[in-house]
Ligand binder design. Sequence first.
Ligand SMILES: C[S@@+](CC[C@H](N)C(=O)[O-])C[C@H]1O[C@@H](n2cnc3c(N)ncnc32)[C@H](O)[C@@H]1O
Length: 680
Amino acid sequence: MQHVAQIAWHRAAAPCTAPPRLPPPPRRLLAAPPASRRTKWPNRFYPRRQQPLPEFTGEAEEEGAWGQPEEKRDEMQLWMDRLASVQPTERSVAVAQLLRIEEEGAFAGLVGGSPGADTDEAVPSEAEAEEEPSPGQQRRRQEGDEPWGRGLDPRNKRAVTDLVASVTRWRRRLDYIIEACSGRRMADLDAPLRQILRVGALELIEKQAPSHSVNEHVELAKQVMHKGSAGVANFVLREIVRRQEAGTLPQPPAPTKGTSPEEAAEALAVGASHPTWLVAGWLQQYGPKATMELLRWNNRKPHYAVRLAPELDPAAVCQRLEGMRVMAQPSHYLPREFITVQNNMQALLSSGLISSGKGQVQVSVIVIGSHWKLLNDAAWREGSREALLSSGLISSGKGQVQDEAAGLVVALLDPQPGEDLLDACAAPGGKTLFSAARMQGQGSILALDIGRSRLAALRGMAARQQHGAMVSTHAADLRDFAPMLAQRRRQSAVGGEDAQQEVQEAQQGEREAAEAHGSADDQAGDSRSKPWPTQFDRVLLDAPCSGTGVLAKRADLRWRRTPEEVEQMAGLQGQLLAAAASVVKPGGLLVYSTCSLEAVENQQQVSAFLANHPDFSVEPPPAETGIPPKCVSPEGYLLMLPHVHGTDGAFAVRLRRRGDSDGGSGSVAGCHSHALQGQG
Ligand SMILES: C[S@@+](CC[C@H](N)C(=O)[O-])C[C@H]1O[C@@H](n2cnc3c(N)ncnc32)[C@H](O)[C@@H]1O
């Protein structure tokens, strides 16, 4: 298994303060196991519990995430209380966080949000930046975070983050090994025991922890659960040690000539710890060699890129960073605006170039969205997160962590000074702000998104980067917003005032909402006081997507997505494309982009769109965009493949609208029907 992150495993068990006296385990947790569990282990190994746990359904918390919500939640709460009552160590806190991940089915709020809300670690994670917080996360934010880890110092907390992310990334492979070594299904083990075994197996296999580290996991199982659970932990982890030493650690069977495609996908997926459906799809789409390269990419240490403010010279910045032992170089793809950072991200962040002050970092992190996790990864690896937080490049607005692939999407859009731009799915705002920088303060950008709170963060960041005057924001569903603009356009063409009134009311409502959110930055959006254009020179639709191009940086995402969800996303993307097309000026440009690697979200979307919109055609990237030919597919699409280009995965296409039209685009049926449904 690949070594994903460095932690000093031997620090993991070191208590930070004197151990508290533990209360006895909750009675319910001491009950005998169900009959179905009594076949495999010697009696002394049984966690004593009478009732089998109901199955986790994966549904949203408020809909009854647990098969028997009350009982299951009570059970989980008891485990959580028990974990909170033991001496906090990196392992106990990691186990608590992993449990919460299983409870909520989401990574969000964990890696970034715990172990202590009183630290910089409480910065929202990427998932939170891109999605509205779940009811559970909202509740915790209101009530304050759990007390886990309060005694841990920042280094311990980074180690926790590392453990949680590494276990999350390698979960399937770890489970395979644990199940093979124990003869038990993971689902049949109690929830905390599952996590303890995963953490223990990860340390032994990936971090080459010595065999006596097993004692510490066993002790944790004893403290949190029961002697029987400690026995299971001891048995399984020692079996892993034994097999590792003998070189017989369980491996999925290597594909042979007779192996069916499904079996090959399964074996590959287990070995590389990915879901089988995803690997099967990639095998079909990209073939075995590329799929294996992609899987390897997803499991290795990611690297980072930073977009610099226009006044900074990338070569000079890199030279300055060299003195701080940061290996950085001007981006291969966007050499005038981006640098790539190979190591020591903390030093960079402490250089004064990126960030200083917790509040400002939070804003940056929200804006950089998916790259928060990256920073977090870097922080724990390099072991110098404090330095990261005492820096200044980001807070000063002079640098923003942004992947080159995201930068290339803006290069493809190529926004020009003086134009009207609609960023139709703008939050958290990385592409909005790069576009604003390219437009040099001239023109207007309307940043639209369905997530209001994330737009507030975008406004703050725009102000800090001196783009407040040209960037205005509006929270709405694009599928409602576009028809409203179209109606206004039609009515103003025949002198009607109703729709004009509606738009002005919407703008007024947005101003009031922004003021109610109460930031001085909100005053910066002067352009909000002017009417929005009804059509735009350029429209960027950076659509919500499965995110399969960013799995290296998102440890959790591979487990959160399902094939059904990808299909649903594709449906939404089609509707959003139709809506976005309806607000492109004749002769104007629509750029559709995703960070997905799935054809159904990319190439197939474009084909379906073109079939319904004969007034649009694909425009390969013109020379002035500076897009390197090796990033362009034969069809003229921007296609960034992580294992080929060394960036995040991204897809983007320029769709030029015919200039001879009088404003009537192709079908906007998708957005109209949605708007009507919404009104009904
Ligand atoms: C991939 S993210 C955009 C990232 C952003 N362009 C950036 O570079 O920072 C997709 C965004 O689409 C938004 N979104 C999803 N459905 C939407 C809808 N129906 N209308 C408007 N925005 C939507 C989500 O809230 C999310 O912020």
